[in-house]
Ligand binder design. Structure first.
Ligand SMILES: NC(=O)N[C@@H](CC(=O)O)C(=O)O
Ligand SMILES: [Zn+2]
Ligand SMILES: [Zn+2]
Length: 345
C-alpha cells in the first residue's frame, strides 16, 4: 500500500498549554485533527465552564487562518467541584468531559482529587447528564512502584468507581498495561480507553537502554514489551472501545533535558504518521480509520468528520527541534529520525 485516505481523525486527549506555547503548538494539531479533547491542566487549572469558555476562545484565536479545528473542552475535577458546575458545563454546550487527576499523579495535578468520595455529588451529576469522566488512572501512594501504579489504580479506584456509578461514561486515558486493556475490553459499552502512539511503538527499553532518553519520559511511564503488545492488539482489534488520544504533552527542551525532567512526549507534529507506523507493524493499516476517526466520535455521541486526510508512503525526517514559547525550543518525539508515512497538506 502506498497511499491511505481516511476520514479526518480527532485527538481525544491533547495538551495545548496556554499563551505563547499555545500559539506554538496549535497549528500542528489543527493540521491533522478535526477536533481535540483539550486537557484542563493549566496553571491554575480549568475548573469552571466560564474558564473553559475563555480558554476555548484563546485556542480558536491560535488556529491558522482558515482552519476548522474544533477544541472540545474539559473541566478539571477537584475535591470541591459542585454538582452545579457540572450542570453549567453541560448547559455551556462547549464542555464535553471532566478530567480526573489524582492529586500529584502527573504534570500540573496539584489541585487534583485527594479522595473520590469528595466528588460524589459531581460524579452523580455527570452520570445523570451523560458527561464522561476522563481518568488519569494511576495511584500516587509512595509505596507503590511507578510501573505498578496503573494496575493498582484499577483495583483501588476504577472498580469501586464503576460499582458506585455504573451508568457513568468513563474513558481510561492513555492506557499503558495489558491489565487496563483487559479491564476496558471486558467492561460494558460506557467504558472506553485512549491509547497514545508512543505507548503503541515503544517500551521502557527505548527510554532506558544505552542512555537515558528524557523525551521518552511520560506518565504513565512506558512499560515492558508484553504490555506494548497488548496495547497494539487492543488498538488494532477493531473494538470501538479503543481510540486515538495522542497525549501530546509539550514541554520546552530545557525542561525535559535536565536533572529533574518533566513528564510528557510532544507527538502532535507527526501524530497520525506515528499511529500509521504502529498499525502497519501490526499488519492492521485497514483498522487505522476506525481507531483514529470513528470510535472516538461514536463513543462521545458526536458526528464523525466528513472530510478526509491522505497519507503517502514517503520518507521524511522530523526536525531536531521546533520553536516554542519565550524564545525556547521544543523537541518532538523521534526528532531527527525518519518516518515512512507522511500526511499530505
Ligand atoms: N502525559 C504526561 O506525561 N504529561 C502530561 C500530563 C498527563 O497526561 O498525565 C502533561 O501535561 O505534561
Ligand atoms: Zn495523564
Ligand atoms: Zn495527558
Amino acid at each position: 500500500m502506498t497511499t491511505i485516505t481516511l476520514t479526518r481523525p480527532d485527538d481525544w486527549h491533547l495538551h495545548l498549554r496556554d499563551g505563547e506555547a499555545l500559539a506554538a503548538v496549535v497549528p500542528a494539531s489543527a493540521r491533522q485533527m478535526g477536533r481535540a479533547i483539550v486537557m484542563p491542566n493549566l496553571v491554575p487549572p480549568v475548573t469552571t465552564a466560564e474558564q473553559a469558555r475563555g480558554y476555548r476562545e484563546r485556542i480558536l484565536a491560535a488556529r491558522p487562518q482558515g482552519s476548522a479545528f474544533e477544541p472540545l473542552m474539559t473541566l478539571y475535577l477537584t475535591d470541591n467541584t459542585p454538582a452545579e458546575e457540572i450542570e453549567r458545563a453541560v448547559e455551556s454546550g462547549i464542555v464535553q468531559a471532566v478530567k480526573l487527576y489524582p492529586a500529584g499523579a502527573t504534570t500540573n495535578s496539584d489541585s487534583g482529587v485527594t479522595d473520590l468520595a469528595h466528588c460524589d455529588a459531581a460524579i452523580a451529576a455527570m452520570a445523570r447528564l451523560g458527561l464522561p469522566l476522563l481518568v488519569h488512572g494511576e495511584v500516587t501512594d509512595a509505596d507503590i512502584d511507578i510501573f505498578d501504579r496503573e494496575s493498582v489504580f484499577i483495583e483501588r479506584v476504577m472498580k469501586p468507581l464503576r460499582e458506585r456509578h455504573p451508568d457513568l461514561k468513563v474513558v481510561f486515558e492513555h492506557i499503558t498495561t495489558s491489565d487496563a486493556a483487559e479491564f476496558v475490553a471486558q467492561a460494558p459499552s460506557n467504558v472506553a480507553a485512549t491509547i497514545t502512539a508512543h505507548h503503541l511503538l515503544f517500551n521502557r527499553n527505548h527510554m532506558l537502554v544505552g542512555g537515558i532518553r528524557p523525551h521518552y519520559y511520560c506518565l504513565p511511564i512506558l512499560k515492558r514489551e508484553r504490555h506494548r503488545e497488548a496495547l497494539l492488539a487492543a488498538a488494532t482489534s477493531g473494538s470501538g472501545k479503543f481510540f486515538l488520544g495522542t497525549d501530546s504533552a509539550p514541554h520546552a527542551q530545557g525542561d525535559k533535558e535536565t536533572a529533574c525532567g518533566c513528564a510528557g512526549a510532544y507527538t502532535a507534529p507527526a501524530a497520525i504518521e506515528l499511529y500509521a507506523t504502529a498499525f502497519e507493524q501490526a499488519g492492521a493499516l485497514d483498522r487505522l480509520e476506525g481507531f483514529a476517526s470513528h470510535h472516538g466520535p461514536d463513543f462521545y455521541g458526536l458526528p464523525r468528520n466528513t472530510d478526509t486526510i491522505t497519507l503517502v508512503r514517503e520518507e521524511w525526517t522530523l526536525p531536531p527541534s521546533l520553536p516554542y514559547a519565550e524564545g525556547r525550543r521544543i523537541v518532538p518525539l523521534k526528532a531527527g529520525e525518519t518516518l515512512a508515512w507522511r500526511m499530505l497538506d
